[in-house]
Design a protein around this ligand. Sequence first.
Ligand code: NDP
Ligand code: MG
Length: 380
Amino acid sequence: MALDIARGIAVLGATGSIGRQTLDAVRQCLPHGRVRVLTGYRKTAEMAALVAEFSPEKVWMPEPPADNWGCEVVTGEEGLLSCARHEGVDVVVNALVGRAGLAPTLAAIQAGKHVALANKESLVTAGALIMAEARARGVNVTPIDSEHSAIWQCLQGNEGNAVEKIILTASGGPFRTWERSRIAREATAEEALRHPNWHMGPKITIDSATLMNKGLEYMEALWLFGVRPEQVEILVHPQSIIHSMVQFADGSVMAQMGLPDMRLPILYALTGPKRVETPFPRLDLLKHNTLTFEAPEEEKFPCLALAKRAAMLGGTAPAVMNAVNEWAVGQFLRGKITFYDISAIISQALDSYTVQPLTKAGDVWAAEAWANNFVGRVSI
Ligand code: NDP
Ligand code: MG
């Protein structure tokens, strides 16, 4: 079902990496797209410039701005949810980072909006609730994550054809070729922030370095495509040209390729399965003529196995894992803990947590409260 972007787009997290690229894609490729709602956080001057350019009806910021932006400015938790539900918006782009994204995702779906979802943490923590609500309201949750966009693209025209497996590709991150001992000694936040192929926000960049990002994407794939865990294979592909693949029952494999440019999956999430013309650089396979593949090294990157473990545990385990990871990534970025402390702390949390069933959003909030309490007791 194509989305009616002419009716209205809300961009939550407009001042971030995905938010900016969404607005650039709209600016360059969707002349009929109408941006009605924007949310920011710390970058007030950038938001003022976006308001001047896009003339939204509503903006969310943590604090009201000093000057008049000529639109409604809302604040607080309820204000953020009202942005996700705004009248006249057809599709909500959720480009918020971390656990802040879940409540707006649910609010948007409950208000009957389609959601173009970059905030993978929503699906990781409450995939069952999101998919059930979306089905009940007849709205689409379309993936912005490049791997899931690739899978969705490979599935087009294959309705009714059995999927044997999904091959989720991973760049391997900046420490792919380092020995474990060198990672333990030298993997600082500064090194981790030098991602070889993508320029992203700090949280996902660290998640890419630990391979937790691939673990989160593994869970995201289970919910979006309704496959069993053993049907998802993770394959390291350092060039990030093949964004993921689907193997069908006849053994045939479909791959989606492109330059690493998030504007393409963002546009596809907004217009897919229809494609729009873009002026963006084209893939030249004579320049990118070496595509290589490796198995992921779980011993070097324990976060991947931890994510699989949380997925197997099910219920509220992924919410605890996600919240503890988010806290640990913050500590790592501030130089307070080491690279391998991230996985060690998550592992301890999963060991000491008693998994609860997940039937409502409140179960996620309770799991996150447990995680807050747990990290409060971590001695660093
Ligand atoms: P960024 O950190 O670049 O952007 C996050 C956005 O959310 C910013 O607009 C920020 O505002 C805002 N924000 C931060 N904290 C809060 C909060 N507590 N409440 C409300 N708003 C907040 O992140 P990315 O764009 O990199 O990532 C966004 C999501 O997309 C993540 O879930 C990530 O995993 C996913 N994703 C990102 C990709 C990428 O290429 N970047 C690729 C695939 C998925 P401000 O900047 O003003 O402080
Ligand atoms: Mg991705």
